[in-house]
Design a protein around this ligand. Structure first.
Ligand code: GLA
Length: 407
């Protein structure tokens, strides 16, 4: 009996010992496994690079987003000659857009065009207004978004009329003649820009604001106030892209640009239109103007529309960003900074998730220069600087400064 129980105790002890040993072994194996999956740091003599904390007081917009997308702003005939604005642009931006100077009403030269019948199908162009901005960009190694070739607005009626007549009721030309004028206009503008400023322009807004479902057309296109549509018909858009591709430099990207690109109805029409042109190989991206309010449209609505456009294969650029408010209180300016911070968080996340967002451009430097005051008839404060060239909280929101809350 005693022998038997001694045997039993011995057996149990051995079993316990075995369990402990096995346990130790298996835990050793686990930690070995863990070690094998932990990335090993290759021996190096270089000190490990810890990212330098950002000094938000001195950080610049283009540096903060250097790995994500280029950052731009508009310039006009006045800001391009103001030394303080020049310095702010050079510090913070690596892309510029002419506010008005590359629009048809600025480039078309009526006086020369009516001087000789040889211009009847090939309008003359002048670059007096655009040249100082393009030259500034060239001198400072800043790239240009060229805005905009074909647009219903800021395009004179005489461009569509027989003999370039500026009489308000002058007869409009035929579709065939207008397409010739369009092609030759695009050719002249691109040739001047690309020979005088080679390598400076990286993107062209080929067509601006051609979709307007409110006009009630089945294709969702703008008709009522568009002489392009009325004279040429809906195919003016495809044609503009075809000509732009023909005359653009190889590395220049072609964009369709519009406002309210996040409105669900508009997304459908724009997507349909751009898918077709994308399949023809004549468009690279969509410009989202992004003139937004303090709370509307929602970020999720903007986000969902961008995902739809990216699915087509389009590159994304935010081309005319501003956040409208008419209040200039400290609280409101802080809220605006939060709105900017959230927007840029989305832009950065799109990039991280493989959406090809390549540029974000602000439609103005200082509040006092914003087009929104004229549009709304009320003083507006939508931008990053005040009129004393001082950075507003919005500037720090754009930088993702932690002192601006996200919620
Ligand atoms: C639209 C145009 C821009 C500019 C703004 C208002 O968004 O695309 O060129 O005219 O309106 O300034």
């Amino acid at each position: 009996m005693i022998k038997k129980s001694k045997m039993l105790i011995l057996t149990i002890t051995l079993m316990i010992l075995a369990t402990i040993v096995t346990g130790c072994k298996s835990s050793k194996t686990d930690s070995a496994k863990e070690n094998s999956t932990t990335p090993t740091v290759a021996p190096t003599n270089k000190p490990t690079a810890t990212p330098k904390p950002i000094d938000y007081e001195n950080a610049t917009i283009k540096d903060v987003y250097k790995d994500d997308f280029s950052c731009g702003v508009i310039l006009n005939g006045w800001t391009v000659n103001d030394e303080k604005w020049q310095n702010i642009v050079k510090e913070n931006f690596n892309s510029v857009t002419c506010e008005n100077e590359m629009k048809p009403d600025s480039l078309l030269d009526r006086q020369t065009s009516i001087s000789d019948p040889k211009y009847d199908e090939a309008p003359a162009v002048k670059f007096w207004n655009a040249d100082p901005i393009l030259q500034f960009a060239k001198d400072n190694g800043i790239k240009v978004r060229a805005h905009t070739l074909v647009w219903h607005a800021q395009t004179p009626r005489w461009f569509f009329s027989e003999g370039y007549s500026d009489a308000p009721d002058a007869k409009l030309v035929t579709k065939e003649k207008m397409l010739k004028r369009m092609e030759n206009y695009i050719k002249a503008v691109m040739e001047h820009a690309n020979t005088t400023y080679p390598g400076v322009i990286y993107a062209w807004d080929v067509v601006n604001e051609a979709v307007n479902p409110g006009d009630g057309e089945v294709n969702g296109l703008r008709k009522k106030d568009s002489l392009w549509y009325q004279v040429v018909g809906p195919e003016f858009i495809e044609k503009a892209f075809e000509y732009a591709r023909k005359y653009a430099a190889k590395d220049q990207k072609l964009f369709y640009n519009d406002y309210s690109t996040d409105e669900p109805g508009k997304v459908v029409y724009i997507s349909e239109l751009l898918s077709k042109i994308y399949k023809q190989g004549n468009i690279d991206g969509i410009g989202l103007q992004t003139h937004v309010g303090m709370t509307s449209p929602s970020l999720s609505q903007i986000d969902s529309s961008v995902r739809d456009y990216a699915k087509i294969g389009l590159e994304i650029q935010v081309t005319e960003l501003d956040v409208l408010t008419h209040e200039n209180t400290k609280e409101e300016m802080e809220k605006q900074a939060v709105r900017y911070k959230r927007l840029f968080l989305y832009f950065k996340n799109w990039k991280k998730q493989g959406i090809n967002i390549s540029n974000v451009t602000f439609w103005g430097l200082a509040d006092g220069q914003s087009w929104l005051t004229g549009l709304t008839g009320e003083e507006s404060f939508p931008l990053l600087f005040d009129d004393e060239y001082k950075k507003k909280p919005a500037f720090y929101g754009v930088l993702q400064d932690p002192k601006i809350p996200l919620y």
